[in-house]
Design a protein around this ligand. Structure first.
Ligand code: GLN
Length: 472
């Protein structure tokens, strides 16, 4: 029996090399757990039929001597990432039967490295949401308490990792979608620097914020995935060359705490956060109070900027070129039926909001104003990073909430992004790391903390994060 709960990429790699188990045996172990747990958790929308074929391909790399650290590693991918020949529906009915015609760059890199892609995971439709309740294919459940949400929008990828249905997973993060579910499910979620991972083959939501991230049980696994997927790509003009990561070494990073801002957390989160600060100090780090005066405007600005980008990005789904297109009598009906029936409520809401804030006469009042606010938020962080090397906050304002609790209140959903949204509005890298549990109704619910670094300083997130992880 392979101990999946304690398995890491490095351990799996060592075991492959020593012949303790084969790539096929490891894939079979995960498929067995999937069979047991997926019907209830609903992490996966589809398990690929060729998993064992992929595993045998990976095994050949070991034989030939061209295996990498990722060879044979079972990976789950979010449903908005294109994997050639496979459906990529973005959690939407409009793309229910859409088959990817090429590989996303991140997927290509991982496939070239020999990963075994197990399947595609559930998500909020087009990555809009914080609970996976906006998926057209049903909600995913939190493994710690199945009456609760797993977070979102990468809820499927996160629960796949948290319940040993994959060793690691790819998610995407536009406002918190790797970090918030990681926090709700007791795993690590990385949102890299904007541009560090190519967006080629990622179904766009908010193009100035979207980034592909990684989810794993520990920081080292997430770091490994990031190392394999990052880098310049000619197919994405916003992607950054690896040279950007060659930075000076900082021996003892100084950690900033935006005190006022962190008060947004509930009592349990704040108590946990206090403990975390104590532990950080005990590790020998200097902790400094910092001010981020405009960060409180992140959520309002985010919910103008992203709908604007969403309304533009989703215009391509017109019933002509992609996916769902019901019988219609004329051109207008093609549009109204395919978009009206193909998109869910939240997606339609955002398209309407986005179209409104970009419309003649309102663009200055909303969209341009929100972009100006975004600039102020960026300035706040730039100033803060002159004094400190990392910024520490809770990841979420509370533990996982109940399924259905917030579905009729979009603003409550949007407020979930308070701590995570700023890293997207600024393009900064951030990581969520498990920081403890709270007890509710006899269940242990995970909490997480978040480190944010300056652009390209993922190394600091990993280094300090690992110190914290080791003693937590
Ligand atoms: N909760 C945010 C939203 O709904 C972020 C989602 C995401 O990161 N994809 O827009």
């Amino acid at each position: 029996m392979i101990d999946l709960g304690n398995l890491t990429i490095e351990k799996a790699h060592a075991s492959f090399k020593k012949g303790e188990f084969t790539c096929r045996e490891l894939a079979e172990a995960y498929l067995k757990v999937i069979k047991e747990k997926n019907p209830e958790i609903h992490a996966y929308l589809e398990i690929y039929s060729d998993v064992l074929v992929q595993a045998d391909e990976a095994q050949k790399k070991f034989k030939k001597g061209n295996a990498t650290l990722m060879t044979g590693i079972p990976l789950a991918i979010k449903d908005n990432l294109l994997f050639e020949g496979h459906i990529a529906s973005s959690g939407s009915k409009i793309l229910e039967k859409y088959v990817a015609t090429y590989n996303a760059t991140a997927i290509k890199k991982l496939k070239d490295a020999g990963v075994v892609i197990i399947g595609r995971t559930n998500m909020d439709e087009f990555a809009m949401g914080v609970s996976t309740e906006n998926s057209a294919y049903g909600v995913t459940k939190n493994p710690y308490d199945t009456t609760r949400v797993p977070g979102g929008s990468s809820g499927g990828s996160t629960t796949a990792v948290a319940s040993n249905m994959a060793l690691v997973a790819l998610g995407t993060d536009t406002g918190g979608s790797c970090r918030q579910p990681a926090s709700f499910c007791g795993v690590v979620g990385l949102k890299p620097t904007y541009g560090s991972v190519s967006r080629h083959g990622l179904t766009a939501m908010g193009s100035s914020l979207d980034v592909i991230g990684a989810i794993g049980k520990n920081i080292s696994d997430v770091q490994t995935v990031f190392d394999f997927i990052k880098g310049k790509d000619n197919m994405d003009s916003t992607s950054i060359s690896s040279d950007f990561y060659k930075k000076n070494i900082i021996q003892k990073p100084v950690i900033g705490i935006p005190r006022d801002f962190t008060k947004e957390g509930d009592d349990r989160v704040l108590a946990n956060f206090k403990e975390v600060i104590k532990k950080i100090k005990a590790l020998g780090y200097t902790v400094k109070d910092i001010e981020l005066p405009n960060v409180k405007y992140t959520v309002p600005a985010y919910y103008i900027v992203t709908p604007a980008e969403i309304s533009a990005n989703l215009a391509r789904f017109d019933g002509m070129r992609y996916g769902f297109s019901p019988e219609s009598r004329n051109l207008v009906e093609v549009y109204t039926k395919s978009r009206g029936e193909g998109f869910g409520r939240e997606v339609r809401r955002r398209i309407l909001l986005g179209t409104y804030v970009l419309s003649h006469g309102y663009q200055d009042a909303y969209y341009n104003k929100a972009n100006a606010v975004r600039r102020l938020i960026v300035d706040d962080y730039n100033k803060a990073f002159k004094k400190v090397d990392l910024i520490l906050t809770p990841t979420t304002t509370g533990p996982a909430f109940k399924i259905g609790e917030k579905v009729n209140d979009p603003v409550k959903m949007y407020l979930e992004d308070i701590f995570t949204g700023p890293a997207n509005m600024t393009g900064l890298p951030a990581i969520s790391i498990p920081s403890g549990f709270v007890e509710e109704e006899g269940k242990h619910l995970p909490l997480g903390i978040q480190f944010i670094a300056s652009h390209g300083r993922e190394d600091l997130l990993f280094a300090v994060g690992k110190k914290f992880e080791a003693q937590n």
